[in-house]
Design a protein around this ligand. Sequence first.
Ligand code: ATP
Length: 219
Amino acid sequence: MKREFAVIGLGRFGGSICEELSLEGMNVLAIDSSEQKINEFKNIASHAVIADATDESVLKDLGINNIDHVIVAIGENIQASILTTVILTDLGIKKITVKAQNDYHEKILKRIGADHVVHPERDMGRRLAHSLISSNILDYLELSEDHSMVEVKAGKNLVGKTLIELDIRANYGCNVVAIRRGKQMNVSPSAEDKLREDDVLVVIGADKDIYKFEKNLVI
Ligand code: ATP
């Protein structure tokens, strides 16, 4: 079944969400106050409409109430982003995802009822910083304010050891939840298997524990 989405604001972030959802066959209502943006997206989204999202009656006329998930990707204009989010929460939209420009903006969005606040520039910066610590850190994902997941290539400290020997949970407080070996993802890795050079460990834990793990074990 096709799901209904609306993307408000078609900058680089909103535009790429709109494109990907459309490519995946989803119904997407694209809204932007700029005519030029709407012309760009009229052949991509199911519907593309020039509108000011801070006008409640306009959003109602567009049938926004019938949409499952609305993504607010207005960046620079924080006031418009907040006002749009308030209107959407008042209208009882089931799921609202909003792009935040800074931490203060994020705090306000959460307080006024945004279900999910994303901070793409900051998150990308954090991911890049973690991958710069060691070439063995392949990816980093923030799970909550103080928990993360990292993908780590078994470096020289890990190769040839078993999970029992490493005892990552006892020593670092984080958990190896999966091991990727070639194309196979093993979500219940054997504690007695010796790790190989190209194995990738998926580790979840509190940020402070992940930091300790990265600092001491990932070379
Ligand atoms: P990105 O980094 O994703 O490119 P940005 O964070 O710089 O974007 P802006 O370019 O300021 O964000 O805004 C994204 C889009 O939102 C723009 O295309 C702009 O026309 C649109 N927009 C801004 N205000 C409104 C509004 N009130 N109603 C509808 N669209 C709006």
